[in-house]
Design a protein around this ligand. Structure first.
Ligand SMILES: C[S@@+](CC[C@H](N)C(=O)[O-])C[C@H]1O[C@@H](n2cnc3c(N)ncnc32)[C@H](O)[C@@H]1O
Length: 294
């Protein structure tokens, strides 16, 4: 079955703004699927392995976006498995649904839902994944509780988030430059709901532990974003990096161009003879709901 239902419920201001940002960035994110897949292909395979996704699994995909990892999961579970792709943004999730239909994956279903309040039945999934989504949750503990509740005892989860600011210098440059040009003060990189909010060493393991997951293990993976030139990266950011776009949305066209121009200059530091190579480090954290519910 390939269907779409809405389960967002009432959203406070932060969620409404997050949803609007990703509704706006949806087409840009989806248009860059090939580049994102090349960048995240290996970490995505590792995430699926660490969550225990296998043939016939019922898998919950939280903050699925336009569904690139949902398709990877669908391939692994096969036609007898099931993938529920969920996201706060109806616009980006509609693209996930179209992408799954076009790929012929009838085992993918979509549900518009806040990851902190999924509303899915308890104990209904064998595995769960969340790729580059949990850090945007103002209360990630609530998001993890929802996943724990949805998993069957013994079911596995793996989340992927960005690590520390110094290991993700391009994100740090983009954010600092955008804030400076918008006349806003520098932000604590670990502020809740921000791009790097779960990057502080040990933080995500602590959250997994508080929720009651067992067998918790975090792996840091280098994921260099390789593109033909810095301009490809900037095109990706300009069309799909919703946190940066939200900050620059306050500026007039000329002021925004000045910000983009400074970003380009600073990001040129990652130009190489073989193209542009932006360093990133990802944290993959796996856990398992204990056999005996805790
Ligand atoms: C960087 S995109 C990642 C999309 C996809 N997982 C991928 O890796 O291609 C972040 C996604 O998180 C979603 N998101 C942000 N806050 C959310 C929340 N509270 N609940 C569900 N999804 C959320 C956004 O709508 C967006 O689709």
């Amino acid at each position: 079955m390939n269907s779409s239902i809405d389960n967002t419920g009432p959203t406070p201001a932060f969620k409404a703004s997050m949803r609007a940002q990703w509704d706006t960035a949806a087409a840009g994110w989806n248009a860059h699927t090939a580049a994102i897949r090349a960048w995240l292909h290996q970490p995505t395979d590792a995430m699926c392995r660490m969550a225990g996704v296998s043939v016939g699994s019922r898998v919950l995909d939280v903050a699925a976006g336009s569904g690139d990892q949902s398709l990877a999961v669908a391939r692994l579970v096969g036609p007898r498995g099931h993938v529920l792709a969920t996201d706060l943004s109806p616009a980006i999730l509609a693209m996930a649904r179209d992408n799954a239909m076009r790929a012929g994956f009838a085992q993918v279903e979509t549900l518009v839902a806040d990851g902190e309040d999924l509303g899915v039945p308890e104990v209904s999934f064998d595995a769960a994944v969340c790729r580059l989504g949990l850090m945007f949750f103002p209360d990630p503990l609530r998001g993890l509780r929802e996943i724990h509740r949805a998993l069957r005892p013994g079911g596995g989860v793996c989340t992927m988030v960005f690590s520390r600011p110094d290991k993700n210098p391009c994100l740090t440059i983009l954010m600092a430059t955008a804030l400076k040009h918008a006349g806003l003060p520098a932000r604590d990189p670990y502020v809740a709901g921000g791009l790097l909010s779960l990057g502080q060493p040990g933080r995500i393991d602590t959250l997994f532990r508080s929720v009651g997951f067992h067998d918790i293990a975090t792996t840091a993976l280098d994921a260099v974003f390789r593109l033909p030139s810095v301009d490809y990266y900037l095109a990706f950011v300009r069309h799909s990096a919703s946190p940066i776009l939200q900050i620059l949305g306050r500026l007039d066209a000329a002021a925004a161009e000045a910000a983009w121009s400074e970003m380009r200059e600073r990001l040129m530091a990652f130009d190489t003879a073989a193209g542009w190579a932006g360093p990133n480090e990802l944290l993959l954290t796996a856990g398992r709901r204990p056999e005996e519910a805790t």
